[in-house]
Design a protein around this ligand. Sequence first.
Ligand code: FES
Length: 103
Amino acid sequence: MNFVPLVPLSHLHDGFRQVFTLDGVDYLLLQHEGRRYLLENDCPHAAYPMAQGKVVDGALRCPMHGYLFSLDTGACTYYTEGPCRGLQRLDLVEQGGQVGVLR
Ligand code: FES
């Protein structure tokens, strides 16, 4: 597997958000309370961008219909119009002063 750098560690801070396209899928890199997450950016319910969502009790809330997705697992933990799959998530790796993924 090869390390794919996404952003220098020195650029990260709480509130950081940036979208990256990996293998044709948009992922949101975000940092919240010192922890970093890489989650699919398109909401599985109706494809609204999750990058505008707020973090609520360890979950990312979709701004369109309010579905909640666990930051740790991507699982959908709250829905209104019926269950939907979770957000895809990728493990982040630190290497050479960068945070990225193994592909
Ligand atoms: S588009 Fe995200 S909850 Fe509906």
